[in-house]
Ligand binder design. Sequence first.
Ligand code: C5P
Length: 221
Amino acid sequence: GGRINVAIDGPAGAGKSTVARRVAEQLGYIYIDTGAMYRAVALAANRAGISPGDADRLAELVKTIDIALEPGADGQTVWLGGENVTAAIRTREVTLKVSEIASHEAVRMRLVEMQRKLAASKGVVMDGRDIGTHVLPDAEVKVFLVASVKVRALRRYQELSESELVPIEQLEQEIAERDRSDESRDISPLIRAKDAEVLDSTDLTIDQVVEHILDVCRTKT
Ligand code: C5P
């Protein structure tokens, strides 16, 4: 059959990126982590001394920003200008600022434009918050991946490096706060698309989630 687009949305830490990467791998598709693009903008803003609330300077910044996602065997490499920022966009400093950065219309318009171009030829698995609702409303498969805050905080905790260790209760609070911020923003908030299937990964393994999505994809190709 023909190639399709797969949209995977959901809150922080629900397992979207791992699942999306594996689904893409199995289908021979390209995986696009849109959160990484917002993180790259947050990193660039931070370095330029632009505060997350400064709409005008952020609008200027995204006019010329050069973000590239390069698929690779062991994950995706993120480039900002000519610099590999794959690790730098994962620090807590960036994580704590990214939601406010992502709430600005100019930032979203610029990144959504890039995301639609990347998906124009189909054969893409894209994860984010607004893919099924806004970026790719015509995606053939839409999944809304959720999990309890406790499980999501635990997963994030296990990803932290030793120098970044913080109490798990604090992570729970930060995740809940980022959910709240992503769900309540005016432009393209985190919300399930009407035609998206809700998948709760709290008590499922990654393999189970991946297999289920692949089954759905097979019915569409
Ligand atoms: O997916 P990840 O947790 O890396 O995303 C970081 C942040 O980027 C999210 O908390 C959200 O504020 C923003 N984001 C977004 N829209 C997307 C993807 C991410 O607003 N499509």
